[in-house]
Write a protein that binds this ligand. Structure first.
Ligand SMILES: Cc1ncc(COP(=O)(O)O)c(C=O)c1O
Length: 489
């Protein structure tokens, strides 16, 4: 026989007072009725069997049977004693003075107080839509899907005690070693496995970094234009985010020194500036490292999507150039694999290690060991490298198809160059067109383009469309560009 699914009513904290005046059956009846009226037990919920409830309450079965008979007679329950009783979906009108207590929605709303986070400065709409050209989406091909399934199934089959308890807040040693080996080889990061802290992704790492570095009146440089979630995380934590202009060489370090020489930190995307795609020039890298060393400031290097390099000369990580251990390197597996994974990592300089691990422990103790075990196997068995190789080819192809379609359909309206890295491109608008107006009109036609002008804080804005190409197979690209072209017409 199929096993019956347990109902919440089995777990309900039923209580009786034996010294009370009311007979036991009446107390049971009242308790259940009041749980039904207050909607603690929802319509359709299966009530415990009379035998079960009698044993749970340590009363005779006949007391429970009498209570259930009364509930059935009054319409609070339906079904049959012996074969299952349920909370009725068609409840009787409450008798005067015994009205159903509805959840106090309006009260909850009025109690909510204003906090820096209650404004709508962050757009929390889910980015998961299928509509091109959303940013940050990835593709998972059949091969990766199959390997992922197989690896997960094996990890889940071998489920042992190590997965049931608390584990190292920095992450599984095996995964940290695998990440460390990968970063040394692929990004010339100087690291030891002890410095790796597994996070749920870049956003989590940024949060931890801000907690660790935060001081009263703290200032931090951010790139302008830049990644809004870095800026917003800083603002939400009460840090003064000082926007520093980005030019063709990356963040203007000289401008940063003039405007906020005492900043405690700088948040940069040196290998592929977000959103412009500019690579931070070597002279600027050295200037930034030297400023950080002299001012005891910290550099946060967000190396997002560096796995997807399509050409040109890749510069190694900024962290790898740093002799003074002032760089906190941040990477994500949510782009290299897929955003739903929620795993990433930070490479933490030894001086910050204790504080960083403490912050991690206080926020959420540790990452899920099961997901980590799957990723560790995936990397160790070479599937990660294989996935990156295949996706690099696929994303490059999608990039080229998008550039060709944009040039063909909108050559007179935009200027676009294929980026050497990453998952998005920037199409600059000619003729003084408003990117915000195009973003809106394209959205109405089911095409997502992000207005670059909205990614600036203080620097002179450039009008451009930021478009993600990684998440969309080539067959979707040309039709979407055709729809976008209609907006320009
Ligand atoms: C600049 C930048 N860094 C990092 C990420 C990845 O963030 P997460 O790992 O939190 O998904 C993104 C994603 O869009 C990004 O644009």
């Amino acid at each position: 026989m199929k096993e019956q699914r347990r109902s919440w009513a089995n777990l309900y904290a039923w209580q009786l007072t034996r010294s009370g005046d009311a007979p036991l059956f009446r107390q049971i009846y009242r308790q259940i009725r009041s749980a039904i009226l207050s909607q603690s037990l929802r319509p359709g919920t299966k009530l415990p069997s009379t035998r079960q409830l009698a044993s749970q309450l340590k009363v005779s079965r006949s007391a429970v049977v009498s209570a259930y008979e009364q509930l059935l007679a009054e319409g609070y329950a339906t079904g049959k004693i012996g074969s299952g009783s349920y909370v009725s979906s068609d409840l009787p009108e409450p008798v005067e003075g015994q009205g159903a207590r509805r959840p106090a929605k309006t009260a909850a709303r009025s109690v909510a107080t204003e906090t820096p986070l209650s404004g709508d400065f962050v757009d929390v709409t889910v980015q998961g839509e299928e509509r091109p050209f959303n940013l940050g989406r990835t593709l998972v091909d059949i091969r990766t899907m199959e390997l992922w399934r197989r690896t997960s199934a094996r990890v889940f089959r071998a489920l042992g005690h190590d997965h049931f308890g608390y584990s190292d807040p920095r992450g599984l040693p095996r995964l940290r070693k695998a990440i460390c080996d990968y970063l040394r080889a692929a990004r010339a990061v100087r690291c030891e496995p002890e410095q790796i802290v597994v996070t749920s992704g870049t956003q989590h790492a940024l949060d931890l970094i801000i907690r660790v570095l935060r001081q009263s009146d703290m200032q931090a440089w951010i790139e302008d234009p830049g990644y809004s979630l870095t800026r917003q995380a800083l603002i939400a934590a009460g840090v003064k985010a000082r926007p520093i202009a980005v030019d063709g060489q990356g963040i203007d370090v000289g401008a940063g020194i003039s405007s906020a020489p005492r900043a405690r930190a700088v948040f940069v995307t040196p290998s592929h500036q977000f959103p412009t795609g500019v690579v931070l020039a070597m002279a600027r890298r050295l200037e930034l490292l030297s400023w950080a060393r002299e001012n005891k400031a910290w550099i946060v290097e967000d190396d997002y999507a560096s796995e997807f390099r399509y050409g040109g000369r890749a510069l190694a990580s900024l962290q790898g150039l740093d002799d003074s251990e002032r760089v906190i390197y941040v990477g994500t597996l949510n782009k290299a694999l897929f955003p739903g994974l929620r795993l990433g990592y930070a490479v933490v300089p030894p001086a910050l290690s204790k504080a960083f691990v403490t912050a991690r422990y206080l926020v959420d103790r540790q990452p899920s060991s099961l997901a980590q075990a799957v990723v560790a196997d995936f990397i160790e068995e070479g599937h990660f490298a294989g996935h990156i190789r295949r996706m690099r080819l696929q994303y490059k192809d999608q990039r080229d198809v998008l550039v060709a379609a944009l040039r063909q359909r909108l050559g007179g309206e935009i200027t676009v160059d294929p980026p050497d890295q990453g998952m998005h491109l920037v199409a600059y608008l000619r003729r003084g067109r408003s990117d915000v107006a195009i973003e809106r009109a394209a959205g109405d036609r089911g095409v997502i383009v992000r207005a670059m002008s909205r990614m600036y804080a203080a620097a002179p804005k450039r009008s451009a469309l930021v478009m993600g190409f990684s998440g969309y197979p080539r067959r979707m690209i040309a039709p979407a560009v055709a729809r976008l072209a209609k907006v320009f017409a």
